[in-house]
Design a protein around this ligand. Sequence first.
Ligand code: PLP
Ligand code: COI
Length: 356
Amino acid sequence: MYNIRIEKTATPKKKPGADDPLKFGTIFTDHMFVCDYIEGQGWVDPRIVPYQPLSLDPSCMVFHYGQEMFEGLKAYKSEDGRTLLFRPDKNWERAKNSNIRLCMPEIPKDMFLQALNDLVKLDADWIPTKPGTSLYIRPFMFATDPFLGVRPSNTYKFLIILSPVGAYYESGLDPVKIWIEDEYVRAVRGGIGEAKTGGNYVASLAAQVKAHEEGYAQVLWLDGVERKYIEEVGAMNIFFKINGTVVTPQLNGSILPGITRRSAIELCREWGIPVEERKISVDEIVEAARTGAMEECFGTGTAAVVSPVGELRYENEKMAITGGKIGPVTQRIYDTITGIQLGKVEGPEGWSVEVK
Ligand code: PLP
Ligand code: COI
């Protein structure tokens, strides 16, 4: 067991009411986890302290060269009052891979999991219980050396903050409209696309702004070399059901290995629904939409959960999917994953972890 010191707030904040809108990522709880890394000493002083601003040197390396990574997962309250996390070990594993790619020190697994547990336990009263709500957990780590040269930092901070949230999309659980981007690209193989790091998201902003202006919720990226193969959405992995088979782009180094993606694939396999991870060209998608072979389309992600896609737009073509409604496989995956997250459905071993 990792020993984490706790300093409780003397001035707890007012929590949102049961019916208050929980606009994604705007409200933060009373406490946060902080730990410092110093080359030669390792991780020092893991602590939970009142949620507060940070004081950082303006020359701090993260501000200049973006050496940082983050994670995202959620905590839920079950009907019988337990606090549950969904596959938190997978977030640690992905954090480790991001750390390696970004030349950052690894976060010890026992510290990562204990910090999640202790922080969520302390702020458990902040977990909203209305359907569709949860406590979003944001672990993140960044370079803190006060230095303007380009090299990996020797010092870092690792923090975890918590935010009670409702639906990620303004449309809630209604199908979202997605813009297939053919001008900008997000990532290339050999780059940092499969790491969860801010650089990938800033690269996505120009296309997202364009898509929003056209009335689309998010961008669906094509590969960065040929702009021909489907990659992923701004904050979700993407799935299609074509002629009875569920297909999703294979992990190729430039897309994020989503934990919800992996869970959806594992569930389909367990149910005997054919599922393929492979290269999917945008032409195949357009053709499937035109001929009616495209039966369903949905995105998966922690923030977005399982989001039906009601319309895809590519160049000047608007493709309506499932008549703008949620399809049966999408619904089944949504019900099962949210059921496991809320402790209503028994999931595979290790998918639901109780905070104690
Ligand atoms: N792809 C991107 C770019 C994301 O930001 C996310 C969100 O985390 C995902 C995919 C889905 O990953 P996960 O299911 O682990 O949340
Ligand atoms: C998540 O689902 O955790 C994400 O990373 C989406 C985020 C960019 C809001």
